[in-house]
Design a protein around this ligand. Sequence first.
Ligand code: ADP
Ligand code: MG
Length: 318
Amino acid sequence: MALSEFRLIQRFFAHTGACRTDVRLGVGDDCAVLTIPTGKELVVSIDTLVEGVHFLKGSDPERLGHKSLAVNLSDLAAMGAEPAWATLALTLPAVDEDWLEAFCRGFSRLATAHNVQLIGGDTTCGPLNISIQAHGFVSAGTALRRDGAQPGDLIYVTGRLGDAGLALHAAGKMALPASVQSRLDLPTPRLEEGQALAGLAHAAIDISDGLVSDLGHICDASGVGATLYVEDLPCSQAVRDYIHANSDWSLPLSAGDDYELCITIPPEKQAEAERLAMSFECGLTPIGRIKASAGICCLAADGQAVQPISSGYEHFSS
Ligand code: ADP
Ligand code: MG
């Protein structure tokens, strides 16, 4: 017999992730009750993963549990926030205990690693849909926003770009190194990096829709433009091979799903940022500069302009 909704919540969601002392009341009541530390501001973000849009039908549930939390924590990372709590609205076509167990395993492992506690949610029946809201803190007034970039700022990215796009492109067609495939299925939210750079950076965003598209949001919000030097983009060998075989820079410029941070740093903070970044396992690479005039210009080493063949993902584009 299928588990009742109540027993299902008790079994799978009542004790998921870290156990935090600032949770006065977690899963089980009408609301969670939480304590916000003095001097901090609450930073909140929600993201939904829809089967058939964000992931393929039949995707591995453990990886989905990881990814659905990771994409939310990535938004907190882009604000320079320290994560604390999550809520989970889960719509399931049926109660599949093996699926739920695996999903919770993936979710819990990442939640525990970042001291995040699941504090509530909603469980409904329908087409598979995973909606997570993440909550974190910043010291009052220090959130890293999109609207602070200034002409002359250096543009940096964490990690590597294009692996997730390559994995999506190759799906079912060719085998890729596990290190590339896992960047699509198991993205790493750059939380420590975001927090470390929060005091130095002028602006930040996480790259979910593609570098040009997401940097474009910083530029629009800040009233500036940008120049990117494509040969400086940090890419795996597999992505480099693709670029050179196809003369196409779309993977690092516009493919998205990498969940790296794109950060602008004023020149006077460059040395300090690069010193800090020596402790980042994922690295931090300068890729361009903010300019006063609008528009994003991508340049090759010979000064020629480069256009990505495909552009960033948009849900409502036809
Ligand atoms: P209500 O009808 O009052 O909204 P629910 O039956 O939806 O209550 O939920 C009961 C409790 O279980 C609440 O504390 C809710 O936050 C929690 N909950 C329900 N679904 C989930 C879920 N998927 N993940 C975490 N907590 C959940
Ligand atoms: Mg409810």
